[in-house]
Write a protein that binds this ligand. Structure first.
Ligand code: 4GT
Length: 250
C-alpha cells in the first residue's frame, strides 16, 4: 500500500509515521507513506498557498492551483485510478468498515486542509472522496490523515505481528473488546479474574465473548444491531438488559 499525503506541514506528521509499528511497516516495505509539501508546488515568487475568501468573512482559504499542481504532478498517469481523499469535517464518517474498504486499494492520495479550508473547486474537481474522522473541528486535516493511515495500515497483512490481530479488534467483530489483563495477578488488592489464570482455553474464550457482548450492551447498544450474534447470545443480552432495567452498572 502506497499513500501520498499532501499537506502544508509535512514535518508534523513524520515523527508519528516513523515510530513503532508504522515505522517498522515502512522499513519492511509493507506500506510506503510519502509526504508532499503543497507549498513546493506554488508557482509565484512568494510561493503563496492561501488567500482571502471571496465574499469576505475573514480567515484564509487554501488556493486551488498549488493543490491541483501537487496532486497532478505526483499522481501523473495514476490520476483516475487512485482515490483522492480530502479530509474534511463534511466528509463521510470514518469507521472500521471504511478503513477496510480503503485497505483494498494499492494506492491512496490524501489532501489535508488548513486555515478555513480549501477552495471548493478542489473538492469538486480533484477529490474523489471526502472523509471526516468525527463530528468535531480541528485546525487541519493532518491528524485525520494520520488516523486514517494508522487504521488502514494495521489491516495490511504483516503490519501487526500477529496475523489475525486486526480481525479480533474492537469494531472488527462489530463488538467492543473484552477487558485485557497482564501480570501481576494481584495489584493493590485488585485481582485478575480467576478464569484468565485457569488455563482453560474454552472457558476463557467463552468469558471473553460474554464480556464483549455485555460491554457492548452497556456502552454502545446501537452496535448490537449490526453485530453477528447467535440466538443463545441474544438471549444472554435480553436477560442482561432486563436485569439492569432501572439500574446502571457497566
Ligand atoms: C476536522 C476534521 C477534518 C478539520 C475531521 C479544513 C481546515 C478542515 C481545517 C480542517 N477538522 N479537518 N478532517 N473531523 N479541519 O475529520
Amino acid at each position: 500500500m502506497h499513500i501520498d499525503v499532501f499537506t502544508l506541514i509535512p514535518d508534523t506528521m513524520q515523527a508519528y509515521l516513523d515510530a513503532s509499528i508504522l515505522g517498522k511497516a515502512q522499513l519492511a516495505g509493507l506500506i510506503g507513506v510519502e509526504l508532499h509539501n503543497i507549498r513546493d508546488y506554488a508557482s509565484d515568487k512568494h510561493r503563496t498557498t492561501d488567500d482571502e475568501p471571496y465574499g469576505g468573512g475573514g480567515g484564509m482559504v487554501m488556493k486551488p492551483e498549488p493543490v491541483f499542481a501537487a496532486v497532478e504532478s505526483v499522481l501523473g498517469e495514476a490520476m483516475g485510478s487512485v482515490p483522492v481523499i480530502m479530509l474534511t469535517p463534511q466528509g463521510r464518517v470514518f469507521t472500521q468498515q471504511v478503513s477496510r474498504e480503503l485497505a483494498e486499494h494499492p494506492r491512496l492520495a490524501l489532501i489535508c486542509g488548513r486555515y478555513e479550508g480549501i477552495d471548493e473547486r478542489v473538492r469538486e474537481y480533484l477529490a474523489t472522496d471526502e472523509i471526516s474522522i468525527g463530528d468535531y473541528v480541528l485546525t487541519g486535516g493532518e491528524l485525520p490523515a494520520l488516523v486514517l493511515i494508522d487504521a488502514v495500515a494495521r489491516q495490511i497483512p504483516g503490519v501487526l505481528g500477529d496475523q489475525c490481530a486486526s480481525e479480533r479488534d474492537s469494531h472488527a467483530t462489530g463488538l467492543l473488546e473484552h477487558p485485557h489483563y497482564t501480570r501481576p495477578p494481584e495489584f493493590r488488592g485488585w485481582q485478575v479474574p480467576e478464569v484468565l489464570l485457569s488455563g482453560a482455553h474454552a472457558r476463557i474464550a467463552a468469558w471473553r465473548r460474554e464480556q464483549s457482548l455485555l460491554r457492548t450492551l452497556h456502552r454502545r447498544p446501537e452496535l448490537l444491531r449490526l453485530a453477528e450474534i447467535t440466538d443463545e447470545e441474544r438471549k444472554l443480552l435480553d436477560d442482561a438488559s432486563r436485569d439492569s432495567e432501572g439500574s446502571s452498572s457497566a
